[in-house]
Design a protein around this ligand. Structure first.
Ligand code: ZN
Length: 188
């Protein structure tokens, strides 16, 4: 038995939740369930256990290894168009200013300023640091002498998943790696 894990607080042993196709339900935030929810779903027969912690939980009626990775038995269809939220715009733009690349003091810039009828949507809003935001001010992009890193676009859930992999959470159990990064492109 791994004594380190046996001594871990149960609160620090969430389970990674996979869809029925063995891909994570969500990357960002990573789909994690508390140990209580994962054990409950095992008893309700809603999930398959894919991997375990070296941590045994005991009650008067049963002993079981705590699941570290579980997979849903029925497939949940991912939302194809992610919601337009502040967070998802940041994620599409990988938390970097689309003008200078900074990741400090991020806010949003309307390419076509709101004062000129610019809409607040995927095609007109980009992540910008407050310095660039102030610098561009109410001008049109073409009058600002500023360059966009990438044209804004409506991302798919897949796009956001891909970007989410660049921002792993602080804690990753070793048993999760196979399911999180197996399809990441290898960098030459
Ligand atoms: Zn900037």
């Amino acid at each position: 038995m791994n004594f380190l894990e046996q001594n871990l607080s149960l609160e620090k042993c969430p389970a990674l939740v996979l869809n029925a196709d063995y891909r994570p339900l969500s990357y960002y935030p990573l789909s994690l369930w508390s140990w209580q929810d994962s054990v409950k779903s095992v008893f309700l027969d809603r999930v398959n256990i894919v991997s375990n912690y070296d941590r045994i939980i005991r009650s008067p009626s049963f002993n079981m290894k705590l699941p570290s990775v579980i997979a849903l038995k029925s497939f949940i269809k991912p939302q194809s168009n992610p919601s337009f939220t502040r967070f998802n715009v940041f994620l599409r733009d990988r938390f970097s200013c689309q003008y200078c690349g900074s990741s400090e003091e991020l806010t949003f810039d309307h390419l076509l300023p709101r004062s000129k009828g610019g809409k607040t949507n995927w095609d007109n809003v980009v992540t910008a640091c407050s310095t660039c935001n102030v610098k561009k001010g109410g001008r049109l992009l073409k009058h600002s002498e500023m360059m966009l890193n990438q044209e804004p676009y409506q991302p798919t859930t897949e796009d956001l998943h891909k970007n989410g992999k660049h921002f792993p959470p602080n804690f990753l159990h070793k048993s999760w790696m196979d399911y999180l990064y197996w399809d990441v492109e290898l960098e030459a």
